[in-house]
Design a protein around this ligand. Structure first.
Ligand SMILES: C[S@@+](CC[C@H](N)C(=O)[O-])C[C@H]1O[C@@H](n2cnc3c(N)ncnc32)[C@H](O)[C@@H]1O
Length: 428
């Protein structure tokens, strides 16, 4: 268990197996080996092991809870819910299971039940900072009135008060204040945070996003890493279920309409691949599918899918520049929102494409006829049509199509995006 906790999965697996050779049905070894198998992308084996452990010790709340976590991360939400309920039957005060139950109800869009479950968690564990953070996030995601956003402010304040390491609560506090148009207070949250931690990339970026400092040309690497490493575990359920995320599908549909040539024939780059949500959409086109992302945490999640031929932790522009004429398709869903001025990254993508290859990407819409990029209070950039068009043309693309669609929801409202396809000329 010490090896496991220290992250030495290979040693831990060997040692758990040694225990099981000595005592074939030692339930703790089976349980923890099950968790470990899931971490090493062998989730089915993990499920079998924990189920076997539960046959021996059926009233083990942690084992039910961990089994629920595997089902949740594999997208089997109903099975996960059953496990969390069993964990609670075995130990009614199991806060993690109550917390997970609330999350999984929210992910199934059972809003009333999720609210009840979060409320119960806060009654049971009034000092549990994460509970307040999740309740705040829930209230903002499903806000039906200004009052709900105001309540989210209270929750984020409380979460931070209880746990000064819960920096996501502080970041969310600023965002809720901004949503309520309490911009001075939002700016103050980030200024105070920066005064305490002058080198922290999140308040530096978010202060600019609130208009309290000059926006950088693109989100700094350490900001992207920090945000997405912390987001990796909950990214899929947050985006797909709570934020109605559809950028990958919308972009894949647009690309599918343009491609000619045999399925499975292309060298494909998933640029800013995150946890790999685009992988099943790109796989049918790919002879070889490569994913690149700045966040090691996100890449680890993508690796668990087992569907990429290669995954690399790298900054996107640099990666593209280092791979001239390597790809037939460069596909980038919801990633260039972290870039302000697009020209440099679009030039790099152009160079990384083979002649005739396609670049496909989404970015958020900034209204207006001028050539403009705004850093929005969400921390993401928004681009005008004119900016996207000019950046593509000066990067040298020939055939260009810029459509619009909804990419996701934010604060209950649809977020409009440009859905862009651009081709490198066939001559080179
Ligand atoms: C909103 S997620 C989208 C992930 C994935 N494309 C999807 O649709 O699920 C944005 C991703 O872009 C990555 N990213 C942002 N800026 C980057 C950069 N400069 N280089 C590489 N990756 C970057 C982040 O780490 C994050 O995983």
């Amino acid at each position: 268990m010490q090896s496991h906790q220290a992250g030495d999965l290979e040693a831990a697996e060997r040692q758990y197996r040694e225990v099981l050779e000595l005592r074939a049905a030692q339930p703790d070894a089976m349980h923890y080996l099950g968790v470990l198998c899931h971490q090493r992308a062998r989730s089915d084996e993990g499920v079998r092991l924990i189920e076997a452990a539960l046959k021996i010790t059926p009233r083990h709340p942690d084992a039910h809870n961990n089994l629920g976590n595997i089902h949740k991360e594999c997208g089997r939400l109903a099975a996960a819910e059953r496990c969390y309920r069993k964990a609670l039957e075995c130990g009614a005060q199991h806060y993690n299971a109550q917390n997970n139950l609330a999350v999984v109800l929210e992910a199934q869009e059972r809003v009333e039940e999720a609210f009840e479950a979060y409320a119960k968690l806060l009654r049971q564990a009034p000092k549990f900072a994460q509970g307040y953070y999740l309740m705040g996030r829930f209230l903002r995601n499903y806000a039906q009135s200004k009052e709900h956003v105001e309540q989210s402010v209270q929750c984020f304040r409380k979460a931070y008060e209880l746990d000064r390491h819960n920096l996501r609560a502080l970041e969310s506090l600023g965002m809720s204040l901004y949503t309520l148009n309490r911009i001075k207070e939002a700016v103050q949250v980030y200024r105070d945070w920066l005064a305490r931690e002058p080198d922290h990339p999140v308040p530096r970026h978010m202060l600019a996003a609130c208009g309290g400092a000059q926006a950088p040309l693109r989100a700094a690497d350490d900001y992207v890493r920090q945000v997405f490493d912390a987001f990796a575990d909950s990214f899929d359920e947050q985006l797909l279920k709570n934020l109605g995320y559809r950028a990958p599908q919308v972009l894949a549909d647009a690309l599918g309409g343009m491609l000619t040539g045999a399925a499975g024939a292309f060298e494909v780059l998933d640029a800013g691949c995150g946890t790999g949500l685009c992988e099943p959409l790109l796989r049918p086109y790919a002879r070889r599918l490569v994913g690149v992302d700045l966040s090691g945490g996100m890449i680890e999640k993508a690796r668990l899918r087992g569907g990429y031929d290669e995954l690399e932790v790298a900054e996107l522009t640099g990666y593209l520049q280092a791979h001239p004429a390597a790809y037939d398709i460069v596909f980038s869903a919801d990633t260039l929102e972290y870039f302000g001025e697009l020209r440099e990254v679009l030039e790099a993508a152009h160079a990384a494409l083979r002649p005739g290859g396609w670049l496909a990407f989404t970015v958020e819409v900034a209204q207006g006829e001028d050539d403009r990029v705004d850093l929005a209070p969400s921390g993401r950039y928004q681009h005008t049509h004119c900016h996207v068009e000019r950046a593509l043309s000066s990067a040298g693309y020939s055939q260009v199509s810029i459509g619009t669609d909804t990419l996701r929801k934010e604060g209950g409202q649809p977020v409009a995006g440009w859905v862009v396809l651009a081709q490198r000329t066939a001559q080179g």
